[in-house]
Design a binder for this molecule. Structure first.
Ligand SMILES: *[C@@H]1O[C@H](CO)[C@@H](O)[C@H](O)[C@H]1NC(C)=O
Ligand SMILES: *[C@@H]1O[C@H](CO)[C@@H](O)[C@H](O)[C@H]1NC(C)=O
Length: 194
C-alpha cells in the first residue's frame, strides 16, 4: 500500500513539475550555479507594437512571413504568462531586427527584455539570429537589476503567425556565474570612493 501511494506521488510530481516550469519561474542551485528556467509569450501587432521603419530591397517572390532584405523593424511588445493576451503581463521586449537573408526569412535581432517576475526584477539583453517561421536561440549577453551578469539563452518559437497579432513563445534559460553572488560587495567599494 505504501509503495503504491509513493508511486502515485511520483506520477503526480512528474505531471505537475513540467507544467509549473512553463507557467512560473523555476529555481535550481547546482554547485553554487544559480539558474532560472521559465517561458513567457510575446505579442506583436504590426502598426501597433511593431513597425517597419525602413523597407529593404525587394527580392523575388517573398512569402507572407518574409520581409525584404535590409528591412529595419522596431518593436515594443508585451510579454504575458500564457498565450492569452489577457493574461498577466510581466515583461516588455524592446528591440530591432534587420532582415539579413536574401529569402527574407532570417534577421539579426537585438532586444532588451524588461521583466517584473515574482522574485526577480530587471532586464536582460539578447542578440542573435531569428528565423521567421522556425524556433531560434538567442544568446543572453547580460542583464541589469536582479539579472546583473546573467548568461544563457532565450529560445523564441512562433506560436501563431496567422492572426493580426503574432504570438511567440519565449523560453528563458538563465545562468548566473559564481562571481555574481559577490556583487553586493562592490557597493561598499563604490561608496568609499573607489
Ligand atoms: C501598416 O502601415 C503601413 C503604412 O501606413 C501600411 O502600408 C501597411 O499596410 C500597414 N500594415 C498592416 C498589417 O496594417
Ligand atoms: C483569455 O482570457 C480572458 C480573461 O481571462 C478570457 O475571458 C478569455 O476567454 C480567454 N481566451 C481564451 C481563448 O482562452
Amino acid at each position: 500500500m505504501a509503495l503504491i501511494l509513493r508511486s502515485c506521488v511520483l506520477v503526480i510530481l512528474f505531471f505537475v513539475l513540467p507544467f509549473k516550469a512553463t507557467s512560473d519561474h523555476h529555481h535550481h542551485h547546482h554547485h553554487g550555479l544559480k539558474s532560472l528556467h521559465f517561458a513567457l509569450f510575446q505579442h506583436e501587432t504590426v502598426n501597433k507594437t511593431g513597425y517597419i521603419i525602413t523597407k529593404g530591397v525587394a527580392g523575388a517572390g517573398l512569402s507572407e512571413t518574409a520581409l525584404p532584405f535590409g528591412t529595419l523593424f522596431v518593436f515594443q511588445d508585451p510579454m504575458t504568462l500564457t498565450p492569452n493576451r489577457s493574461s498577466k503581463a510581466v515583461g516588455i521586449a524592446e528591440g530591432t531586427s534587420i532582415t539579413s537573408s536574401f529569402d527574407g526569412l532570417q534577421s539579426i535581432s537585438v532586444a532588451k527584455i524588461t521583466l517584473r517576475l515574482k522574485r526577480h526584477t530587471g532586464s536582460i539583453s539578447i542578440v542573435g539570429g531569428t528565423h521567421n517561421v522556425k524556433p531560434s536561440d538567442h544568446p543572453v549577453v547580460g542583464g541589469t537589476g536582479d539579472f546583473m551578469f546573467v548568461q544563457g539563452y532565450v529560445r523564441s518559437s512562433p506560436v501563431d503567425l496567422k492572426s493580426l497579432t503574432v504570438v511567440y513563445k519565449i523560453e528563458f534559460h538563465l545562468y548566473w556565474p559564481p562571481f555574481a553572488a559577490q556583487f553586493p560587495l562592490d557597493e561598499g567599494a563604490h561608496e568609499s570612493g573607489l
